[in-house]
Design a protein around this ligand. Structure first.
Ligand SMILES: NC(=O)c1ccc[n+]([C@@H]2O[C@H](COP(=O)([O-])OP(=O)(O)OC[C@H]3O[C@@H](n4cnc5c(N)ncnc54)[C@H](OP(=O)(O)O)[C@@H]3O)[C@@H](O)[C@H]2O)c1
Length: 337
């Protein structure tokens, strides 16, 4: 089968940052499905792994990355029960295994959902990784209850990004929250409004903008940008007994004591935890993807697809990585095979 990978961590502009190669088509065993890939999307984790997996070394076998995928089940392992050959599926995969930048991929069926039927392949490929992250942030980490928590305020840092774009919709339409999203440009601000944000604020003047809105403090803060950059401000503007979730982590130790007097809860969310540790509830990701799929099929949620590239080529993968590395993408970039 054809795959695209890399042997060295090189700048994306380098001729060899990605190479095309042939490798054996894998066989499905146990809980695995063998999926023929039809479309993928690119996330920041893709370029982070590419930039760090082979520094000062040359890998013998090229590394295949990329995790978001839509495709058709071609083979099923002996322990599978959720899907059959021919089913269309979507998933974000497992960071410890080979990725979706290939004609075929093995994936554990317990982290796979049925492709939303009313979406195109490209529209569906935009969703899994960011959808799971946003869902787990709101409903597994904070445990938002749409009745009890109705109208509470959530500040989404990075509203127009991949995760922010789906989270704005889930927080508003499933969580019943009042959504304040950050965006620094007219086009990203418009995107957040279109997705349902109640308010859009410029993060370069965040404290003042929140005060102007009459929301000087908020119930929940979701960091989809950089925890270190926002830690002190978040501790200042979170309400007493509020909850902060970060999906990014910090490059430096942070002062947790800032949260003590307000009894604020802090959680991390890492959407690969369930697959990385084969947690007892690993199949929750199957159920979350199916729930999100139903919300997309019934029009309650919209796809976050912004840019579609046609053709599974090194050039398109480089283009998608370059866009993602800019830190300025709005919504999702998808490559249709
Ligand atoms: N833990 C997990 O499971 C998990 C899952 C997914 C992603 N992540 C991580 O979460 C981060 C976000 O992912 P993503 O896919 O949403 O990223 P993304 O799509 O690249 O986000 C881009 C957006 O970020 C906004 N932005 C840039 N600098 C900002 C700043 N200083 N403050 C506020 N917003 C800023 C930009 O909008 P404007 O400048 O126009 O406002 C842009 O639209 C990445 O670090 C990613 O690796 C973690």
């Amino acid at each position: 089968m054809k795959a695209i990978g890399f042997k060295q961590s090189l700048p994306i502009t380098d001729t060899n940052s990605f190479i095309t190669f042939e490798t054996d088509k894998p066989k499905a065993k146990g809980h695995d499905l063998l999926v023929k890939i039809a479309a993928i999307s690119v996330n920041p984790v893709d370029y982070k792994v590419r930039q760090n997996a082979a520094i000062d070394t040359v890998l013998e076998i090229p590394k295949i990355i990329g995790w978001d995928a839509v495709g058709t089940v071609e083979e099923v392992g002996s322990k599978t029960s959720k899907f059959k050959v021919g089913d269309q599926v979507y998933y974000a995969g497992d960071i410890t295994r080979n990725g979706s930048n290939a004609e075929y991929q093995l994936v554990d069926e317990r982290i796979v959902g049925s492709k939303p039927q009313n979406l195109t392949i490209a529209e569906a490929a935009a969703i899994p990784l960011t959808g799971l992250t946003a869902w787990e942030t709101l409903f597994d980490r904070i445990r938002i209850d749409p009745v009890i928590d109705q109208g509470k305020t959530v500040l989404i840092l990075g509203g127009a990004g991949g995760v922010g774009s789906i989270c704005i919709q889930l927080a508003r339409k499933v969580g019943n929250l009042t959504v304040i999203a950050t965006a620094s440009r007219p086009e990203s601000a418009q995107w957040c409004t279109k997705l349902g944000a109640n308010h859009v604020v410029d993060y370069r003047n965040l404290k003042k903008e929140l005060e102007k809105l009459g929301h000087a403090q908020v119930d929940y803060i979701l960091d989809f940008v950089d925890l270190k950059e926002y830690w002190e401000l978040a501790a200042d503007i979170i309400k007493p007994q509020g909850h902060i979730v970060s999906i990014t982590g910090s490059s430096e130790p942070l002062n947790l004591n800032l949260l003590k007097n307000k009894s604020v809860t802090f959680s991390y969310e890492f959407m690969y935890t369930r697959s990385m540790y084969t947690t007892d509830d690993i199949d929750k990701q199957h159920r979350i993807l199916n729930k999100i799929g139903r919300l997309l099929d019934t029009g309650k949620l919209k796809t976050t697809l912004k840019t579609t590239l046609s053709g599974f080529t090194v050039d398109n993968l480089k283009k998608a990585h370059q866009l993602q590395e800019s830190g300025k993408t709005i919504g999702k970039t998808v490559i249709v095979f």
